[in-house]
Every structure is written in C-alpha cells, then in structure tokens.
Design a protein around this ligand. Structure first.
Ligand code: NAP
Length: 266
C-alpha cells in the first residue's frame, strides 16, 4: 500500500479523453493519483485499467464541478485523506459548436462554471499547500482556441483565453516560489465525437494537426515538469500559432467563421 505522504497528481475529468491519458502518463511516472470526475463517467473503467497496469495509489471522488462549493468539497476531501497534492491538473472542460443563441443561458452558465470557475477555485484552494512543497506543478487546460476569438465557438474560446491569461499571470506571480504554472494548449485531440467530426470536416490540415491523447499526454507532462509556461503539442500547431500572428485579425475571423460554421456547407 502506498503512503499518502507520497505526492499525488490531482486530475479533474479523468475518466475519459485527455484527462484519462494524463492520468495514465502520471501513473507511468509513478505518481499517485487523485482522480475527479462526474458520477456515471468512465472513471471506474479508467481506474481498473490503471490498477491493472501500474503500482500507484489511486484515490477518487465523483463530483460535478458545476455544482456550488464543488472545489471546496474536493479540497476538504483531499485534506481528510491527507493527500499531498504536488500536481494539480485542471483538465475537465466542455466545448460547443453553433451560433451564440443556439444554446440557452443555463448551458453557458454551466460551461463557465466548469471551464473557468472550477479552475480558479481549485487553484486558489490548493495553492497555499502546494507552496510549502519543494516542487509543485499546476497545469490548466487551455486550447489552440485560447489564442483566437472563434466565431461559432465564442464562449468556449473566451473561456480558454481566460485560462491562458490566468495561467500566464499566475506563473509570473509565483516566479519566486516552488510552484510552476503551465497552460496546455492542444490542437484537435482525438477524444470525443465532436472533435472527431470536426477533424473529418477540417480535411487534411485538421488531420495532420490532430494527435492521439496518449502522445499528447507524454509531451504535456514532460514539458510541465520542465516548467514550460505554454505547452503547444505538435509542430504544426506551433507553426499555426506563429503564422496566425502574421494574418490580419479580420481575415483570421472570416477564415475561422467558415471553418466553424456548421450550417455552411464545406
Ligand atoms: N479534445 C480536444 O480536441 C481538445 C483540444 C483542446 C483542448 N481541450 C480541452 O481539454 C480538456 C479535456 O478535453 P477532452 O476532449 O478530453 O474532453 P472529454 O472527452 O469531453 O472529457 C472531459 C472530461 O471531463 C469530465 N467532465 C465533464 N463535465 C464535468 C463536470 N461538470 N464535472 C466534472 N467532470 C466533468 C467528463 O466526464 P463525462 O465523461 O462524464 O462527460 C470527461 O471525463 C477540456 O478542458 C477541453 O476543453 C480538448
């Protein structure tokens, strides 16, 4: 049995997709795991897989991060279990595609609670304990969408821009501490149906810039441990980020609107 004073990586949304891949990569590096996901998510299956393949301790909590006081409940749970959280990976997040008025206000309310509020609250609660450790790491899930206002994905892109700004600012504030902050900004990662459809519609470039979650997780964790501020997996995505700086905003907006307008035939 592992000692709870050995460090843990706390990962939200760890049942499937990128969160699952990050959990596997942390386990591969012998980190104990504190996993959070929605009730009824794929978390049990992920835990079974982890237990079968890795000798690490796994604690888990089922929690809907859009519910009030969810971050406090997670923090209190980790204190009760006496877990030393050395890595905080704020992964859980939700996307959408469509015109702004295609979704009602409660949809956006939940999305902002998950993509923005939960990240800020968990970070605020865990940071003081993390500062006491010799080394600690926070990694927040941004996206390539962090860098652009994307028509037909405006609230998602806005939430990811917030995460980018929050993470970079906090990294600077913590410059003289033992805690590093990274923002992970992947392009399309082959996880859920929405992304798979988007990669199909996006053609060759989308396929070329897409990546499997396992590969992305290896890059992400190794760069996080090196204290990288902004992690963009894949050279094509890095190139897009660079090249987009040279394109005037108006043109960028038109191109993105064409790419993401699902009502327009491509
Ligand atoms: N996939 C991509 O192409 C891509 C690209 C850039 C950035 N990202 C970001 O990466 C992160 C993970 O993306 P993904 O593609 O792996 O997404 P995903 O496949 O939808 O997985 C998200 C995870 O978060 C969980 N979750 C959803 N709502 C939650 C809530 N209210 N409380 C707690 N957990 C919740 C999900 O549980 P359920 O399974 O039960 O829904 C799932 O385990 C997100 O922040 C996303 O914005 C993704």
């Amino acid at each position: 049995m592992n000692d709870h004073h050995q460090p843990y990586a706390l990962i939200t949304g760890a049942g499937i997709g990128i969160g699952r891949a990050l959990a596997i990569e942390c386990a591969r590096r012998r980190m104990n795991l504190a996993l959070i996901d929605l009730p009824g998510s794929g978390l049990e299956k992920t835990i079974q897989h982890l237990k079968k393949h890795f000798d690490v301790d796994i604690q888990y909590m089922k929690m809907d991060l859009t519910t009030p006081h969810s971050a406090e409940k997670i923090y209190n749970w980790s204190r009760e279990k006496d877990l030393t959280v050395e890595m905080l990976i704020n992964n859980a997040g939700k996307g959408h595609l469509g015109s702004f008025t295609d979704y009602d206000h409660t949809f956006y309310e939940k999305m902002l609670r998950l993509n923005v509020e939960a990240v800020v609250m968990l970070t605020r609660l865990f940071l003081p304990d993390m500062k006491k450790l010799e080394n600690a790491y926070i990694m927040n899930l941004g996206s390539i969408a962090s860098f652009y206002p994307i028509p037909y994905k405006i609230v998602y892109a806005g939430s990811k821009s917030f995460i980018y700004s929050f993470s970079r600012g906090l990294k600077q504030e913590l410059e003289n501490s033992s805690v590093t902050v990274s923002v992970l900004c992947p392009g399309p990662i082959v996880t859920n149906q929405e992304v798979i459809q988007r990669i199909r519609r996006g053609g060759l470039w989308a396929k070329r810039s897409s990546m499997r979650p396992g590969k992305m997780a290896r890059i992400a964790i190794s760069q996080m441990l090196r204290g990288k501020a902004v992690i963009i997996p894949g050279s094509l995505n890095k190139f897009f980020r660079f090249a987009s700086r040279l394109v005037p905003t108006k043109i960028k907006q038109c191109l993105l609107a064409r790419k993401f307008n699902v009502n327009e035939k491509i």
